[in-house]
Design a protein. Structure first.
Ligand SMILES: Cc1cc2nc3c(=O)[nH]c(=O)nc-3n(C[C@H](O)[C@H](O)[C@H](O)COP(=O)(O)O)c2cc1C
Length: 260
Protein backbone atom coordinates (compact mmCIF):
# COMPACT_ATOMS: atom_id res chain seq x y z
CA UNK A 1 0.00 0.00 0.00
CA UNK A 2 1.31 3.43 -0.90
CA UNK A 3 2.02 5.94 1.87
CA UNK A 4 -0.59 8.30 0.42
CA UNK A 5 -3.28 5.65 0.90
CA UNK A 6 -2.04 4.79 4.40
CA UNK A 7 -2.37 8.44 5.34
CA UNK A 8 -5.88 8.63 3.91
CA UNK A 9 -6.93 5.50 5.80
CA UNK A 10 -5.44 6.84 9.01
CA UNK A 11 -7.34 10.13 8.66
CA UNK A 12 -10.63 8.47 7.75
CA UNK A 13 -10.42 6.01 10.66
CA UNK A 14 -10.75 8.95 13.04
CA UNK A 15 -14.35 9.40 11.83
CA UNK A 16 -15.22 6.01 13.35
CA UNK A 17 -13.92 6.87 16.82
CA UNK A 18 -15.70 8.30 19.85
CA UNK A 19 -14.71 11.48 21.71
CA UNK A 20 -10.97 12.09 22.02
CA UNK A 21 -8.85 14.93 23.40
CA UNK A 22 -9.10 16.53 19.96
CA UNK A 23 -12.80 17.16 20.61
CA UNK A 24 -12.18 18.88 23.95
CA UNK A 25 -11.30 22.24 22.33
CA UNK A 26 -14.38 22.28 20.12
CA UNK A 27 -16.25 25.54 19.85
CA UNK A 28 -19.72 25.75 21.31
CA UNK A 29 -22.26 23.92 19.21
CA UNK A 30 -24.92 25.72 17.20
CA UNK A 31 -27.46 24.31 19.64
CA UNK A 32 -25.56 25.80 22.61
CA UNK A 33 -25.30 29.13 20.75
CA UNK A 34 -29.09 29.23 20.59
CA UNK A 35 -29.33 28.88 16.81
CA UNK A 36 -32.69 27.48 15.71
CA UNK A 37 -32.80 23.76 15.30
CA UNK A 38 -33.13 22.54 11.72
CA UNK A 39 -36.49 21.26 10.45
CA UNK A 40 -37.39 17.72 11.54
CA UNK A 41 -37.90 16.60 7.98
CA UNK A 42 -37.97 17.84 4.44
CA UNK A 43 -40.96 18.37 2.18
CA UNK A 44 -41.20 19.29 -1.49
CA UNK A 45 -44.18 21.68 -1.62
CA UNK A 46 -46.39 21.36 -4.69
CA UNK A 47 -45.74 17.66 -5.27
CA UNK A 48 -48.76 15.34 -5.42
CA UNK A 49 -49.12 13.55 -2.06
CA UNK A 50 -50.31 9.97 -1.58
CA UNK A 51 -51.73 8.73 1.72
CA UNK A 52 -50.35 5.43 2.96
CA UNK A 53 -52.08 2.65 4.92
CA UNK A 54 -50.97 2.28 8.53
CA UNK A 55 -52.67 -0.94 9.65
CA UNK A 56 -50.29 -3.76 8.77
CA UNK A 57 -51.78 -6.67 10.73
CA UNK A 58 -53.02 -8.60 7.68
CA UNK A 59 -49.74 -8.61 5.71
CA UNK A 60 -47.40 -10.05 8.34
CA UNK A 61 -46.43 -13.56 7.30
CA UNK A 62 -43.80 -14.02 10.04
CA UNK A 63 -44.21 -12.74 13.57
CA UNK A 64 -41.60 -14.78 15.43
CA UNK A 65 -38.42 -12.76 15.94
CA UNK A 66 -36.36 -15.98 15.85
CA UNK A 67 -37.72 -16.87 12.41
CA UNK A 68 -37.08 -13.38 11.13
CA UNK A 69 -33.48 -13.32 12.41
CA UNK A 70 -32.70 -16.88 11.25
CA UNK A 71 -34.03 -16.24 7.76
CA UNK A 72 -32.75 -12.69 7.18
CA UNK A 73 -30.37 -12.66 4.29
CA UNK A 74 -29.41 -10.35 1.43
CA UNK A 75 -31.74 -11.15 -1.46
CA UNK A 76 -30.78 -10.09 -4.96
CA UNK A 77 -33.48 -11.92 -6.96
CA UNK A 78 -37.13 -11.00 -6.79
CA UNK A 79 -40.31 -12.71 -7.97
CA UNK A 80 -42.21 -11.16 -10.88
CA UNK A 81 -45.07 -9.00 -9.79
CA UNK A 82 -45.55 -5.80 -7.87
CA UNK A 83 -45.46 -4.99 -4.18
CA UNK A 84 -48.77 -3.94 -2.69
CA UNK A 85 -49.04 -0.34 -1.49
CA UNK A 86 -49.50 -1.69 2.04
CA UNK A 87 -46.25 -3.67 1.84
CA UNK A 88 -44.37 -0.59 0.66
CA UNK A 89 -46.02 1.49 3.39
CA UNK A 90 -44.97 -1.06 6.02
CA UNK A 91 -41.37 -1.11 4.77
CA UNK A 92 -41.14 2.70 4.75
CA UNK A 93 -42.66 2.95 8.23
CA UNK A 94 -40.34 0.24 9.55
CA UNK A 95 -37.30 2.02 8.12
CA UNK A 96 -37.98 5.57 9.29
CA UNK A 97 -41.59 5.87 10.52
CA UNK A 98 -42.48 8.45 13.16
CA UNK A 99 -44.26 7.14 16.27
CA UNK A 100 -44.30 10.31 18.34
CA UNK A 101 -43.21 13.96 18.29
CA UNK A 102 -41.79 15.08 21.65
CA UNK A 103 -40.46 18.28 23.21
CA UNK A 104 -41.83 21.75 23.81
CA UNK A 105 -39.28 24.19 22.33
CA UNK A 106 -36.99 21.92 20.39
CA UNK A 107 -39.16 19.20 18.94
CA UNK A 108 -37.80 15.75 18.14
CA UNK A 109 -39.27 12.61 16.64
CA UNK A 110 -39.31 9.13 18.12
CA UNK A 111 -39.31 6.59 15.33
CA UNK A 112 -39.21 2.88 14.58
CA UNK A 113 -35.40 3.24 14.45
CA UNK A 114 -33.04 4.79 17.00
CA UNK A 115 -30.95 7.87 16.21
CA UNK A 116 -28.22 9.62 18.21
CA UNK A 117 -29.96 12.32 20.25
CA UNK A 118 -33.16 11.62 18.29
CA UNK A 119 -31.74 13.97 15.64
CA UNK A 120 -32.96 11.70 12.79
CA UNK A 121 -30.83 13.16 10.01
CA UNK A 122 -32.04 10.75 7.29
CA UNK A 123 -34.55 11.16 4.48
CA UNK A 124 -35.92 8.27 2.44
CA UNK A 125 -36.70 8.23 -1.30
CA UNK A 126 -38.06 5.35 -3.40
CA UNK A 127 -37.70 4.61 -7.10
CA UNK A 128 -40.80 2.66 -8.08
CA UNK A 129 -41.11 0.35 -11.08
CA UNK A 130 -43.78 -1.99 -9.66
CA UNK A 131 -46.02 -1.02 -6.73
CA UNK A 132 -49.80 -1.46 -7.02
CA UNK A 133 -51.54 1.88 -7.38
CA UNK A 134 -48.35 3.92 -7.90
CA UNK A 135 -47.03 5.32 -11.17
CA UNK A 136 -43.41 4.59 -12.00
CA UNK A 137 -40.95 7.20 -10.87
CA UNK A 138 -39.42 8.81 -7.84
CA UNK A 139 -41.15 9.30 -4.47
CA UNK A 140 -40.13 10.92 -1.19
CA UNK A 141 -41.37 9.55 2.15
CA UNK A 142 -42.95 12.18 4.38
CA UNK A 143 -42.14 10.39 7.62
CA UNK A 144 -43.99 12.82 9.91
CA UNK A 145 -47.21 12.44 7.95
CA UNK A 146 -46.65 8.84 6.78
CA UNK A 147 -47.33 9.87 3.17
CA UNK A 148 -45.48 9.73 -0.12
CA UNK A 149 -44.69 12.73 -2.30
CA UNK A 150 -44.54 11.95 -6.02
CA UNK A 151 -41.51 13.75 -7.42
CA UNK A 152 -42.16 12.57 -10.99
CA UNK A 153 -41.07 10.22 -13.71
CA UNK A 154 -37.35 9.63 -14.19
CA UNK A 155 -36.17 9.24 -17.75
CA UNK A 156 -34.36 5.94 -18.34
CA UNK A 157 -34.89 5.13 -14.63
CA UNK A 158 -33.77 1.46 -14.55
CA UNK A 159 -30.56 2.10 -16.47
CA UNK A 160 -29.68 5.20 -14.49
CA UNK A 161 -30.28 3.54 -11.11
CA UNK A 162 -28.22 0.56 -12.26
CA UNK A 163 -25.41 2.83 -13.47
CA UNK A 164 -25.46 4.76 -10.18
CA UNK A 165 -25.08 1.42 -8.39
CA UNK A 166 -21.91 0.48 -10.28
CA UNK A 167 -23.78 -1.71 -12.80
CA UNK A 168 -25.73 -3.81 -10.27
CA UNK A 169 -28.79 -4.44 -12.48
CA UNK A 170 -30.94 -6.04 -9.77
CA UNK A 171 -31.01 -2.67 -8.03
CA UNK A 172 -32.29 -0.74 -11.06
CA UNK A 173 -34.98 -3.28 -12.01
CA UNK A 174 -36.35 -3.99 -8.50
CA UNK A 175 -40.03 -3.07 -7.93
CA UNK A 176 -38.94 -0.47 -5.38
CA UNK A 177 -35.48 0.84 -4.59
CA UNK A 178 -34.86 2.79 -1.38
CA UNK A 179 -32.34 5.65 -1.38
CA UNK A 180 -31.42 7.10 2.03
CA UNK A 181 -30.01 10.59 2.11
CA UNK A 182 -28.34 12.37 5.01
CA UNK A 183 -29.12 15.97 5.98
CA UNK A 184 -26.00 16.24 8.17
CA UNK A 185 -26.75 19.58 9.81
CA UNK A 186 -29.66 18.05 11.74
CA UNK A 187 -27.04 16.13 13.72
CA UNK A 188 -24.18 18.62 13.43
CA UNK A 189 -26.32 21.31 15.11
CA UNK A 190 -25.76 19.32 18.31
CA UNK A 191 -22.78 17.04 17.68
CA UNK A 192 -20.58 19.04 15.27
CA UNK A 193 -17.96 16.82 13.60
CA UNK A 194 -18.94 13.78 15.72
CA UNK A 195 -22.26 13.78 13.86
CA UNK A 196 -20.67 12.03 10.90
CA UNK A 197 -20.09 8.86 12.88
CA UNK A 198 -23.61 8.95 14.30
CA UNK A 199 -25.28 9.53 10.92
CA UNK A 200 -23.65 6.43 9.45
CA UNK A 201 -24.67 4.36 12.48
CA UNK A 202 -28.22 5.70 12.15
CA UNK A 203 -28.32 4.61 8.50
CA UNK A 204 -27.22 1.10 9.47
CA UNK A 205 -30.09 0.80 11.94
CA UNK A 206 -32.61 1.98 9.38
CA UNK A 207 -31.46 -0.48 6.74
CA UNK A 208 -31.41 -3.35 9.23
CA UNK A 209 -35.02 -2.55 10.10
CA UNK A 210 -35.80 -2.72 6.38
CA UNK A 211 -34.16 -6.18 6.20
CA UNK A 212 -36.20 -7.46 9.15
CA UNK A 213 -39.45 -5.88 7.99
CA UNK A 214 -38.98 -7.37 4.50
CA UNK A 215 -38.51 -10.79 6.03
CA UNK A 216 -41.77 -10.39 7.97
CA UNK A 217 -43.89 -9.71 4.86
CA UNK A 218 -42.38 -12.06 2.27
CA UNK A 219 -40.13 -9.46 0.67
CA UNK A 220 -36.37 -9.30 0.25
CA UNK A 221 -33.74 -6.60 0.17
CA UNK A 222 -30.00 -6.12 -0.13
CA UNK A 223 -27.98 -3.26 1.35
CA UNK A 224 -26.05 -1.40 -1.35
CA UNK A 225 -22.88 0.44 -0.39
CA UNK A 226 -21.30 0.27 -3.86
CA UNK A 227 -22.69 3.32 -5.65
CA UNK A 228 -21.30 6.34 -7.44
CA UNK A 229 -21.95 9.45 -5.37
CA UNK A 230 -22.41 12.03 -8.17
CA UNK A 231 -24.72 9.75 -10.20
CA UNK A 232 -26.82 8.88 -7.13
CA UNK A 233 -27.14 12.53 -6.07
CA UNK A 234 -28.02 13.61 -9.61
CA UNK A 235 -30.81 11.02 -9.72
CA UNK A 236 -32.42 12.75 -6.73
CA UNK A 237 -31.72 16.22 -8.17
CA UNK A 238 -29.40 16.99 -5.26
CA UNK A 239 -26.31 19.18 -5.64
CA UNK A 240 -23.06 17.24 -5.97
CA UNK A 241 -19.67 18.00 -4.46
CA UNK A 242 -18.38 19.06 -1.04
CA UNK A 243 -20.40 21.48 1.06
CA UNK A 244 -21.00 22.54 4.63
CA UNK A 245 -24.31 24.29 3.95
CA UNK A 246 -27.01 23.73 6.56
CA UNK A 247 -29.39 22.38 3.93
CA UNK A 248 -26.82 20.07 2.31
CA UNK A 249 -28.21 16.61 1.53
CA UNK A 250 -26.66 13.61 -0.21
CA UNK A 251 -27.20 9.88 -0.72
CA UNK A 252 -25.60 7.56 1.85
CA UNK A 253 -27.26 4.16 1.39
CA UNK A 254 -29.40 2.27 -1.13
CA UNK A 255 -31.50 -0.93 -1.00
CA UNK A 256 -33.69 -2.58 -3.66
CA UNK A 257 -36.85 -4.37 -2.53
CA UNK A 258 -38.96 -7.06 -4.18
CA UNK A 259 -41.21 -10.03 -3.43
CA UNK A 260 -39.47 -13.35 -2.81
C1 LIG B 1 -22.66 -1.56 4.24
C2 LIG B 1 -23.03 -2.67 3.30
C3 LIG B 1 -22.82 -2.51 1.94
C4 LIG B 1 -23.19 -3.54 1.05
N1 LIG B 1 -23.06 -3.32 -0.30
C5 LIG B 1 -23.48 -4.27 -1.16
C6 LIG B 1 -23.46 -4.02 -2.56
O1 LIG B 1 -23.11 -2.94 -3.04
N2 LIG B 1 -23.88 -5.03 -3.37
C7 LIG B 1 -24.32 -6.23 -2.90
O2 LIG B 1 -24.70 -7.09 -3.72
N3 LIG B 1 -24.35 -6.49 -1.56
C8 LIG B 1 -23.96 -5.54 -0.69
N4 LIG B 1 -24.07 -5.75 0.66
C9 LIG B 1 -24.61 -7.02 1.17
C10 LIG B 1 -23.48 -7.91 1.71
O3 LIG B 1 -22.75 -8.42 0.64
C11 LIG B 1 -24.11 -9.04 2.57
O4 LIG B 1 -24.69 -8.49 3.72
C12 LIG B 1 -23.05 -10.05 2.97
O5 LIG B 1 -22.56 -10.76 1.86
C13 LIG B 1 -23.58 -11.04 4.00
O6 LIG B 1 -24.71 -11.73 3.48
P1 LIG B 1 -26.12 -11.70 4.24
O7 LIG B 1 -26.59 -10.28 4.30
O8 LIG B 1 -27.02 -12.55 3.39
O9 LIG B 1 -25.92 -12.26 5.60
C14 LIG B 1 -23.71 -4.75 1.55
C15 LIG B 1 -23.93 -4.90 2.93
C16 LIG B 1 -23.62 -3.87 3.78
C17 LIG B 1 -23.93 -4.03 5.25
Amino acid sequence: MEDKMKLRIMEQREVMKGYTDADADDEVTDQESGLPQPALDKACPGSPVISLPRDFEDILTKRDIMDVLEQRTSRRQYADGPLSLKELAFLLWSSLGVKKVIGKKNHATLRTVPSAGARHPLELYVFVTGVEGLSRGLYHYLALEHKLEYLGEVEDQENRVTAACCGQAFVGTAPATFFWTAVPYRSEWRYQAKAQKYILLDAGHSCENLYLACEAVGCGTCAIGAYEQPLADELLNLPTGPSYDNDSEFVIYIAPVGKI
